[in-house]
Design a protein around this ligand. Sequence first.
Ligand code: SIN
Length: 316
Amino acid sequence: MEMLRTEFLGKKVSSPLVLPAGVMGMSFSGLHFSAISGAGVVTSKSLTLNSRTGHKGPVIAEFEGGFINAMGLCNPGIEEGLAEINEFKKVCDKPVIVSVFATSTDDFIKLTKYVNTSKGDFLELNLSCPNVFDEFGIPLAASKEKVAEIIASVKKISKLPIIAKLSPNVYNISEIALSAEKAGADALCLINTVGPGMLIDKKMVKPILSNRTGGLSGPCVKPIALRLVHEVYSCVNIPIIGMGGITYGDDAIEIIMAGATLVGVGTAVHYRGIEVFSKINEEMKIFMKEENYANLNEIPKLEKLWTKDSHCQLQK
Ligand code: SIN
């Protein structure tokens, strides 16, 4: 895997592929299975202060372009979640991103204090879940002021580098990304699921998901992910974990060309099995050999299509 070795925020990474939050649940075994199957970095389900059962089923459905889900942030709560991560770290030295979700600065601070005591490597602030609108309203990632406030407060106390997970469901992604960077985010993760969207059960004449709406993932969102990653890459100087519809090695190469340093592979686990990580690793290597790229740094980036001046009010 020499060709795929890289570094991310000071940690050595064996492959740029990342298991995103939630894809393999929260248990030690889900994270471990992904790591031994070739993911270079694994992410926990987004953890909240208290456990949550999430939405009633159905919480996920497939359609021709991908999947729609509204899990409702089901998780065992921060203490139990961190215990699973600590178990994982006993048997695997691959970096873990601890993902946390809250709706207030105070709760993010409480979560960060817990995470500081864990063996996690990075702290992901999930500011962008699209599936809890009824409970919490518009995701925090829609407001550059809220994004900045939370990141700046967490930055003061976090022992781990901070990754802000942003939403694709905004018109000013570069403003929000710049706001996150200025407030102290060490990296960005994008995109969370797109939408929300809705599927209809024709016989029952009602939405398929119990939550009625949910976030879209899978191949249908890849062009959106490529555009957003590239736009943000054009404007910020911190690394990006790019994700959204990455299913094959070619997709991973494309999102790296768009500006990603690491690459999330989530929905593709449903299509290609957990071996998707080793398959994509191999597919990337084949492409890199064909093009004579000896390592990830040699993969060229797309010429920047956005400039801070033309696309970001913060830069005016
Ligand atoms: C969910 O639990 O509903 C998904 C989490 C997310 O999209 O951030």
